[in-house]
Design a protein around this ligand. Sequence first.
Ligand SMILES: [Zn+2]
Length: 319
Amino acid sequence: MTQYIQPGTESKFVAPIKTTPRGITWQCANVPCKVESNDGVNIKLLPFNGKAFTILNENFVSEFYHLDCDEVYVYAPNSTYPDGKIAISEFYIKSISIKKLKKHFESKKNILDAIEKAEQDAYHSKGNQFCATIDKYNKYKADPKTSKLERVGDPIFNRSVRHSPPISKTFTRENFENSPSYPAPIGVREEDFAWPSEQNEILIELLNQIFSCENAPVCPEEIISELGLDIKPGSHMCLWCGNVMDVSIMNQDYCSKEHSVNFCHRIPELGTKKGNVYIGHCSCNREQGGYSEAERIDQIIRLAKYNPAYREKILKELA
Ligand SMILES: [Zn+2]
């Protein structure tokens, strides 16, 4: 039998040509997979964005291709990762476990909800109801004569880890239908993308904010030092209205009441990135709308420019 990957070539990287179902999950196109072991028959692969799986060496050539790497990066020019490369160190970054923290606050529903929401936002992309299920994908593959009018699948995963390939907003339906993965998903929204190291930073940042709100319960010292939290009690503000956030207004029903709490983005288009997401008021977030803070300022400046009364008011307020 031809040895497509010679045994003993571990720590090399390969990537699948297209997205295909692997058990109950998707194995995503062009995502680097580290060759964990290879006995000549079976190759164990660890994909950057998923769990390890084993393939038959004889299937390698029809399903995978080799990637170049050096000591720092693995190069994936066919992927949509920023600059077409991944720092190999990112393969080894584990998400932070906050089991202990959740256990400690399990009886405080509003805090627990906020912690869980922070964890969800830090590590997972948003859902997408248009993404094909594996079942639908298999049906389509068995009988692709689907009407042109019926749209099958979507390039964006229905929830995934955030370090799946980012899919640009300029990627069209036609691009998707011409992709070898079609109708399987191939990545996450651009604004949902973050490297594993960034995801950990985002989680810590959000936890710092939760426990720095007014009326936040005291986080045990042991957990603070274990997670490396930096809590400044009663200091965390909503950046839109400038008021200190109060955890006692965190409602049971997320964002259902006017003054409940939301994860706000200073530049909505940038999504959940470090420094861009903060815990603020739902109502304030609604007021900001889809605009960035800077865009709102530009709008105010424009208004003031042609209206002396506004200009005067602003200068007076800021004096
Ligand atoms: Zn506010």
